[in-house]
Design a protein around this ligand. Structure first.
Ligand SMILES: Nc1ncnc2c1ncn2[C@@H]1O[C@H](COP(=O)(O)OP(=O)(O)OP(=O)(O)O)[C@@H](O)[C@H]1O
Length: 354
């Protein structure tokens, strides 16, 4: 565990109690509704707010009852909701702002790497008011990365962008996650973003940590609200076995079984994540023939619980070590006489997966 924290914030009407050990790699999402304390926790980690507590990062103490390392001495990058670029400086000069202050021997990320990773080549000579909101946010991210942080904190970096700009920037964030060995703490109240980006999740509610763990574990946990939403889904870890399968498909492997999805750009052998919506998963007692579903995965029924509406059930299915969800009608479950422990065949449309 890389980041150990224990904070107690008392603002009278709002209190935050957080004791966490966060992992040393990947993206950890701080998720929760508005006012649950996500930004407060992030600011405590950055040292932008001082509250009683303890914080250490990779064995180095950043805050204790005796001392507090000031923000500018913590090796972290911070990306805010709104890009805060210097309006009178060109993009290249904005990027150079932090970069120049980091001595050569301490640089972990090089200029060209950041410019290429974030697709900034053609923007370098422009001023901030000559580029779009999404592009400005990419420059902010580039500027944070060029300070060679050991930890990147992002506070709803897409919140001020429209849907098109969000879609434009998300692939860059995915590349950042996949290509840099940099732990990221990502604040969001958008489940779509969390599902695209996060490996781990901390769920906050009214200043309390309700749950924490891998994204898949939290999305499929019986006791958490995620399984009972219209868009309940899971994210499976898969590996590309044939990037260019016939008919414009890509073949993946999940728990030793093939899974066909819409054509993916990832190369053979790469680990990828596949989101499967509970409502897209049907069930059969035997592998069926003569149907249009491309995917038929052998699974074991773990348990069932009431769905979002009385006519439906939400089932949890084991696929090797992973768990996926299926939402079916109560009538189908009765008809199939489903029992925990039973082997079933999960039917998923290839067209539903990308
Ligand atoms: N500087 C401040 N002084 C007093 N109260 C504050 C301050 N900043 C935030 N709060 C309050 O603390 C609580 C937690 O705020 P915080 O911004 O951490 O929540 P959040 O989960 O990040 O919300 P959002 O998703 O809306 O950004 C809220 O009730 C908020 O009104």
């Amino acid at each position: 565990m890389t980041l150990q924290l224990d904070f107690n914030v008392d603002r009278g009407s709002f209190g935050l109690e957080a004791r966490l050990s966060l992992p040393s790699s990947g993206v950890t999402a701080l998720f929760g509704r508005s006012g649950s304390g996500k930004t407060t926790l992030l600011r405590c980690i950055a040292g932008l707010e001082r509250h009683p507590g303890h914080l250490s990062f990779q064995g180095e103490e950043w805050q204790s009852s005796r001392h507090c390392v000031p923000t500018h001495r913590r090796p972290l990058g911070y990306v805010f909701q709104e890009a805060s670029l210097f309006p009178h400086l060109r993009v290249a000069q904005n990027l150079a702002y932090g970069f120049k202050r980091i001595p050569h021997q301490q640089r972990r990320i090089e200029w060209d790497e950041v410019v290429q990773l974030l697709g900034l080549e053609h923007l370098l000579a422009r001023y901030p008011d000559e580029i779009s909101g999404g592009q400005r946010q990419r420059v902010s991210l580039g500027r944070a990365l060029l300070t060679s942080p050991h930890l990147l904190l992002m506070d709803e970096p897409l919140a001020s962008l429209d849907a098109t700009s969000k879609e434009e920037i998300l692939p860059f964030l995915e590349r950042l996650r996949d290509e840099l060995e940099l732990p990221i703490i990502y604040v969001s109240h958008s489940m779509e973003e969390v599902i695209r980006l996060a490996d781990h999740m901390v769920l906050l509610d009214a200043g309390k940590v309700v749950a924490q763990g891998s994204l898949q574990a939290l999305l499929t946990a019986r006791e958490l609200p995620f399984v009972r939403t219209e868009t309940s889904s899971t994210v499976l870890d898969a590996r590309v076995t044939n990037p260019e399968a016939e008919d414009g498909l890509t073949e993946l492997e999940v728990a030793g079984q093939p899974l066909l999805v819409t054509r993916h750009s990832a190369p053979r052998g790469q680990q990828v994540r596949v989101r499967i919506m509970a409502r897209d998963v049907g069930l059969a007692l035997f592998p069926p023939e003569g149907i249009s579903f491309l995917n038929c995965l052998r699974v074991t029924l773990l348990d069932s619980q009431p769905g979002v509406v009385p006519s439906q059930l939400l089932l949890r299915l084991a696929l090797g070590e992973q768990v996926m969800l299926s939402r079916i009608s109560r009538r189908s479950a009765t008809h199939l006489q489903l029992q925990p422990g039973q082997t079933l065949y999960a039917l998923i449309k290839g067209a539903a997966l990308n």
